[in-house]
Design a protein around this ligand. Structure first.
Ligand code: ZN
Length: 238
């Protein structure tokens, strides 16, 4: 998106300079000092910018550049510019932008919005990972699976699944009846596993498991492609 902003000028105040003479037309008392302030404008005043002054002759419209100002004029300028306060409305856009950022942030903090919980834990923490994609029949996978108990606040159950049979796109697994802690995947060994506890049979898509370690239900209505990811395989227990 291209955003065009403008720099605009706000007129604060006009000061008469009755004792000054215009260098162009020679009239005395015709010069005026205009105290101005630049600001960034984007649909509304966004941010205030620098303050400045213009001296102009009200008779001949000649502008006196600041390099030609005399000492007395300079003193007036510094005194006046200091006294000028940036109007609050010049911050309107900036305040709005901060609010637009803060409101969603606050709502997330207050848990009004739930931040997308896209399995960050599993993706990042896995230090001692055995490559899951090379799994073969007989392997025991340490998996995360959606909680059976919906009332529980935790997102996953960590358990095991044994690879029973790989037949093309179908991989038959048997799920372990016990659950574990996430960190158990690093310490658990095959010798500590009771083979008789692999009970519930699940059929998943082989390719998903090999390619991104997802556990995807194998549905019978193939044409519908209703792939439901229900967990991840995290490592192979050795
Ligand atoms: Zn003049």
């Amino acid at each position: 998106m291209i955003v065009f902003y403008q720099e605009r000028s706000h007129h604060h105040k006009t000061i008469d300079l009755p004792n000054e003479t215009c260098t162009n037309c020679g009239n005395r008392g015709t010069l005026k000092m205009y105290l101005m302030q630049k600001y960034v404008w984007l649909f509304a005043p966004l941010l205030p910018s620098k303050k400045y002054a213009i001296i102009e002759c009200s008779f001949c419209d000649n502008k006196i550049p600041s390099s030609e100002w005399n000492k007395k004029t300079e003193v007036i300028y510094h005194k006046e510019i200091k006294a000028i306060k940036t109007p609050v409305r010049m911050w309107r856009g900036a305040v709005l932008m901060v609010l637009l950022y803060l409101i969603p942030y606050t709502l997330i903090k207050l848990k009004v919005f739930k931040k997308a919980t896209v399995k960050p834990l599993i993706e990042t923490v896995n230090a001692k990972k055995t490559d899951v994609k090379d799994f073969k029949e007989g392997d025991v996978l340490f998996i995360s699976a959606d909680k059976a108990n919906k009332n529980n606040t935790s997102l996953y159950d960590f358990t095991l699944a044994k690879v029973i049979k790989i037949e093309g796109d179908k991989t038959k697994l048997k799920k372990y009846t016990e659950t574990f802690d996430f960190k158990d995947q690093n310490t658990l060994s095959l010798s500590a596993i009771d083979d008789s506890k692999f009970k519930e049979e699940i059929v998943v898509k082989t390719n998903f498991l090999r390619e991104d370690e997802s556990l995807v239900y194998y549905t019978k209505q193939e044409g519908m492609l209703e792939n439901k990811v229900f967990g991840k395989s995290l490592t192979i227990i050795k």
